[in-house]
Design a protein around this ligand. Structure first.
Ligand code: SF4
Length: 334
């Protein structure tokens, strides 16, 4: 992927961003820890959602030391609602690495940052450019789309060849003296103007250099796998000791988070269904059935325990579980 006007595009982006760039809390800091937190939060979470959570998180965990010394349960509880919990586990592991391996000082070398858990090429580029204004390239989904359109390139962006071409262009185009503003501009262009389905080319600061003939048809991606339907049968067992919950085991996707206990469909078939919940996670279409079970006939399985109701707010849970429990607790009180 090449473009004959990389330098002009980079300068136009810096000029545009200097005048119109949005003000976010993570753009007011050059603290690499604060930038790492924002970048991890912004993966798979929208900017408005992160804006509602970022300042509070930074107050609770202002340094790598603060997060490194927190328990996993405390970190998971603070992350609740942001989803994709492996991110916060990796962030805590990165904080521990910074404390144990780098004496609590955020590393400045590419390879040391890249070695932190949960940190890939994009995040290194973001930290180096936003914290130290170093000319490091970055490519995320927004940047991929902008590049494919600027170059009118129909190589699928999610193939090895497509990714390599994107990173080569990013390295060539990065502004040598204003990489912080340039990288911010590039991402913001993709977020606000060069959007997936209806790019606002008329107000685009780089439209004079854009080679796209049919912008909405780019970028090209390999076709998605089809959605898979999943069903779960949860049980609701409330005793005078609390609500029966399961702490998910190490190695599972939601390790450390609590959820309602699950039972096989044939075991749940004779129980009364009291709630149904549907949602999508990645490529799965999940349907959960909640069944009422009584204390005496429920066998408690490994990992399951009664949690007193007044402690429910303090333990970590994925949002669908929290919603389901709150919904049914409210129903029970009505
Ligand atoms: S001119 Fe349109 S398609 Fe090209 S970069 Fe700008 S917004 Fe995207």
């Amino acid at each position: 992927m090449t473009h004959p006007h990389t330098q002009e595009i980079a300068q136009a982006l810096v000029d545009w961003f200097t005048q119109c760039g949005k003000d976010y809390p993570w753009r007011r800091t050059t603290d690499p820890w604060a930038i790492l937190v924002s970048e991890i939060m912004l993966q798979q979470t929208t900017i408005p959602t992160v804006l509602g959570r970022y300042d509070k998180w930074m107050q609770q965990f202002p340094t790598p030391q603060a997060l490194a010394s927190a328990s996993e349960e405390e970190a998971l509880r603070s992350w609740e609602g942001l989803g994709y919990y492996r991110r916060v586990k990796a962030l805590r592991a990165a904080a521990q690495t910074i404390v144990e391996k780098h004496g609590g000082i955020f590393p400045e070398k590419f390879e040391d940052i890249h070695a932190l858990p949960g940190v890939g090429d994009y995040t290194v580029g973001a930290i180096l450019s936003f914290a130290w204004n170093r000319p490091a390239p970055l490519v995320d989904a927004n940047v991929s789309r902008v590049f494919a359109r600027l170059c009118n390139d129909s190589t699928p962006i999610d193939t090895p060849a497509g990714k390599r071409a994107q990173w080569e262009l990013a390295a060539e185009m990065v502004h040598p003296t204003h990489p912080r503003a340039y990288n911010s501009a590039l991402m913001e262009l993709g977020q606000t103007i060069c959007t997936p389905s209806s790019p606002a080319c008329i107000i685009c600061p780089v439209r004079a250099y854009c080679l796209a003939q049919d912008p909405a048809s780019l970028p090209v991606k390999t076709p998605h796998k089809e959605t898979t339907a999943l069903s779960h049968h949860d049980i609701w067992v409330l005793s005078d000791k609390g609500l029966l919950l399961e702490k998910q085991a190490e190695g599972s996707r939601h390790a450390g988070l609590y959820r309602l206990p699950q039972r096989p469909a044939e075991e749940a078939a004779h129980l009364t269904q009291i709630c149904k919940q549907q949602y999508n996670v990645t490529r799965y279409n999940v349907t959960r059935y909640l069944h009422l079970a009584d204390v005496a006939s429920t066998t408690i399985r490994p990992g399951e325990e009664y949690i007193p109701l007044h402690l429910l707010d303090s333990i970590p849970m994925a949002s669908p579980d929290r919603k389901l429990i709150n919904r049914y607790l409210q129903k029970s009180e009505d």
